[in-house]
Design a protein around this ligand. Structure first.
Ligand code: HEM
Length: 399
């Protein structure tokens, strides 16, 4: 039997762990010694932690047992139920989930995203041009955040003059700092979609908000509130993780210049580099489910109503699955990471996110843009998403 190393103090729900600590030390210990670990209730309700790849994947596969409708993120009990529960794509269970998803799936399919690629390339070029003009920029706010936001705005049919306004609102809504500012910005986003969905319901066009505003599920139109919440799900889903993954990937390349050089020398490595950026950054830190029937995992009895949390960065560094998991290797193959989830709720924007990352790094490399650190990166203080909040860099191009 393997000797038991001294257990670290396990507390994965301290936001400072992700900005200043080392969650990997805790995850490594849990994978080895307590793969199904009970965290007692404190400010957050009690929950089971799953940290091994195979366990996370098996639970992901079993949407009948592990429900999304009671929320997919840990939240304090006094905040009550998530308002999107049973209504948004991310927070519904089958069979309704399949019907909702069928409304929008086609928009995110490989063929549709391929058709959008020329416009996405123009958007990316424009963002990089503006950043180069300034030279000294925050890679998060000035580069990584803008590309996915403009792209999802385009797909949703947000008029172009409003993109900048939504950029400001999402920046405030996702920013660390004052929770009230965040809350107000989020309410303003919901208010924006209230007006947009009413407009699209009356004058439908060829865009995602029109699809939602005119769609029927089970013979009934979605209520305006359901349309608004799903728009919010698309906007947040479409921007937050991609922004952090793109910036987290850049930070990782700055720390591993040999990997950036290898990529500069062989553009054919871009697809596997993007997969490795996704695995390595694993920006969605935790995803939660609620058990709706009893189930036993590694001898632990999980009861109906119990919360079960999947720690995706841990699964993506599982030494049982990945060779040399703590090495950042853009040539890694196979690379079946879980950064985009798995199964029933597998990321709707997976194709889009991959193309956005490929276009952004491709643009920087094609133009031989030199990216240099220009101050200290700041990591997010959050248990929901992890990665850079600020990444000051100098950008210089020869062409
Ligand atoms: C690097 C970028 C991204 C990462 C790491 C990421 C991660 C994830 C993960 C882990 C899930 C699964 C949630 C669960 O299991 O409950 C998910 C679902 C989802 N993602 Fe992404 N995502 C990214 C980009 C995008 C983009 C560009 C969109 C565009 C709209 C998007 C929209 C969604 C939506 C709507 C869902 C819910 C799907 C469902 O429940 O059926 N995501 N994403």
């Amino acid at each position: 039997m393997a000797e038991m190393s001294a257990p670290p103090h396990i507390n994965l729900v301290d936001p400072a762990l992700y900005s200043h600590g080392d969650p990997f030390a805790q995850w490594r210990w849990l994978r080895e010694h307590a793969p199904v670990h009970w965290q007692p209730p404190a400010e957050l309700p009690g929950f089971w932690s799953l940290t091994r790849y195979d366990d996370v994947r098996a639970a992901y596969r079993d949407a009948e047992t592990f429900s999304s409708a009671r929320g997919i993120l840990l939240r304090p009990a006094e905040h009550g139920a998530d308002p999107g529960g049973g209504r948004t794509l991310a927070l519904t269970d089958p069979p309704r989930h399949r019907r909702l998803r069928a409304l929008v799936d086609e928009w995110f399919a490989v063929r549709s995203i391929r058709a959008l690629e020329p416009e996405m390339r123009d958007i990316t070029r424009g963002v990089v041009d503006r950043a180069l003009e300034r030279g000294s920029v925050d890679f998060v706010a000035d580069v990584a955040a803008r590309v996915p936001l403009y792209v999802i705005c385009q797909m949703m049919g947000v008029p172009e003059p409003d993109w900048e306004h939504l950029y400001e609102l999402t920046s405030q809504a996702f920013a660390a700092g004052d929770p009230l500012t965040r809350r107000f910005a989020h309410l303003e986003i919901l208010g924006y979609f209230e007006a947009l969905q009413a407009d699209k319901a009356a004058n439908p066009a060829d865009d995602l908000v029109s699809v939602l505003a005119t769609a029927e599920v089970d013979g009934e139109r979605l209520s305006p509130d359901d349309v608004i919440l799903n728009c919010d799900n698309l906007l947040v889903g479409g921007t937050e993780n991609t922004r952090i993954a793109a910036a987290g990937g850049m930070l990782t390349f700055l720390e591993h210049p040999d990997q950036w050089q290898a990529l500069a020398g062989d553009a054919g490595l871009l697809p596997s580099a993007v997969e490795e950026v996704l695995r390595w950054t694993s920006t969605a830190t935790h995803i939660m489910r609620t058990a709706v029937r009893p189930v036993e995992i590694h001898g632990q009895a999980v009861e109906p109503g119990d919360k079960v949390v999947f720690w995706l960065p841990s699964a993506n560094r599982d030494e049982r699955v990945f060779d040399d998991p703590d090495a950042f290797d853009i040539r890694r193959r196979p690379n079946r990471h879980l950064a985009l989830g798995f199964g029933e709720h597998f990321c709707l924007g997976s194709v889009l996110a991959r193309v956005e990352l490929r276009l952004l790094y491709g643009e920087l490399l094609d133009r031989s843009v030199r990216v240099e650190p220009d101050g200290e990166a700041k990591l997010l203080d959050s248990i929901v998403v992890n990665g850079p909040e600020r990444l000051p860099v100098l950008l210089k191009a020869d062409r």
